[in-house]
Design a protein around this ligand. Structure first.
Ligand code: HSE
Length: 404
């Protein structure tokens, strides 16, 4: 079967490499070869082994009746959305690694695929090379899922690990993540938690069966986390990780957030370092399961893309795509109403904080900088900010305390 790739960057070139490197075993498993006929990219690649099949014309893929499965690895919403829609409408199946496209337009594209007898699969959009979306939507179908959470961004996990274990400066760690091909084109999406936000929304869509608009979810990145927070976490017996989580509440709503989070030593999430991701799912039949592996990078992500291409190719004409309902007003609890225990570093006085925040436990107070580290009992993010205001204190970092 003939296939094509759109976008010859880190992931797209990885897909071409994997298709070539593992052509024999893929053929054996699929029953036929996945032959790469076209690669779309506006750039020129003189001397590249795939130079002859690179085109800058989308129509070379769209109008080629021999190409049945297309991998979109361009990233960004536009023109990826327009290209994917056109391909699905023409009956071609599309697989993608594009988190933004799936988080924002996934539901619509799935409907479009179903209406046109095609498939739209996106395993590589979440967790890089970790098989997690298919297991969640197929292997855990016998469960009511109550909770999903994870380290979902390889770049920030790599940066935090480098800062904590090797004393690397933030900028140097980020530069090295970019060099290794982990970071987004605009790494603020990694650092500010936007990439993890898109991924937790995709997981929540699949786990809870209803669309979560990323625009309704609070995302706090790792910019404000410093060594004082790391030390405070160590004193509490754990580590800080950027975690996206989604909980189903008793009233049917879901509470979703991305923020730096305290995890206890000994937990699977605390042991997940470097570019690795770890996704924890709680179901009412299975209990707790964890999915762990490389969350970014050329070949790991390509591994997931190629698996989706093979699935589409092997099951051409069968519906393999997941689905979920439309979202609704009030379905996602607002960031201000998100309830947790918190680990806070704030500028202010120890007595002011202890007086204004009932149950606050001071961990450390640095007289010279008037910085106070403390924990709070369960309270909403909005109440925490209001109480800090009444203590005359300003939050410097806010870290969620988790039970994992
Ligand atoms: N920038 C992303 C990350 C790439 O670091 O996780 C994989 O989605």
């Amino acid at each position: 079967m003939f296939v094509a790739v759109m976008g010859y960057g880190t992931v797209g070139s990885g897909v071409a490499e994997v298709l070539k490197m593992n052509a024999g075993s893929i053929k054996k498993k699929c029953g036929f070869e996945l032959e790469l006929k076209r690669i779309l990219d506006i750039r020129k690649f003189p001397g590249d082994p795939f130079e002859d099949i690179i085109t800058d014309k989308f129509d070379d893929i769209l109008t080629d009746p021999e190409i049945e499965v297309v991998a979109e690895t361009m990233g960004g919403l536009h023109p990826a959305y327009e290209f994917v829609s056109a391909l699905l409408k023409s009956g071609k199946s599309v697989v993608t690694s594009n988190k933004e496209l799936v988080a924002v337009k996934g539901r619509e594209l799935l409907e479009c695929a179903k209406a046109n007898g095609a498939n739209f699969l996106f395993e590589a959009s979440t967790g890089g090379g970790i098989p997690v979306l298919r297991p969640v939507s197929q292997c855990l179908v016998g469960n009511e899922i109550t909770h999903v959470a994870g380290i979902l961004n390889g770049t920030t996990n790599y940066i935090l690990t480098e800062m904590i274990k090797n004393d690397t400066a933030f900028e140097d760690a980020l530069a090295s993540a970019q060099k290794l091909g982990y970071a987004e084109k605009d790494p603020t999406a990694d650092v500010d938690g936007i990439d993890a936000l898109r991924k937790i929304c995709i997981l929540a869509d699949l786990c809870f069966g209803k669309n979560v608009d990323p625009g309704n979810v609070e995302a706090i990145g790792i910019r404000n986390v410093n060594l004082a927070d790391v030390e405070a976490a160590k004193k509490l017996g754990g580590a800080i990780k950027l975690i996206g989580s989604a909980d189903r509440l008793g009233d049917g709503r879901i509470a979703v957030i991305v923020c730096p989070s305290f995890v206890k030593n000994g937990s699977q999430l605390a042991a997940c370092d470097d570019v690795f991701n770890c996704v924890l799912v709680r179901g009412n039949a299975v209990g707790e399961v964890c999915f762990y592996g490389p969350g970014a990078g050329k070949l790991p992500t390509a591994s997931a893309v190629v698996a989706d291409m093979a699935d589409c190719a092997k099951h051409n004409g069968c519906d393999r795509s997941p689905e979920w309902d439309e979202g609704s007003e009030g379905y996602v609890v607002s960031g201000d109403d998100f309830v947790s225990e918190w680990l806070v570093r704030a500028s202010g006085s120890e007595s002011g904080i202890a007086g204004a925040i009932p149950g606050a436990k001071i961990i450390s107070a640095a007289a010279e900088s008037s910085e106070v580290c403390f924990t709070t009992p369960e309270l909403s993010y909005g109440s925490l900010n209001a109480l800090l205001g009444s203590a005359g204190a300003q939050a410097l970092s806010v870290i969620r305390i988790t039970d994992y």
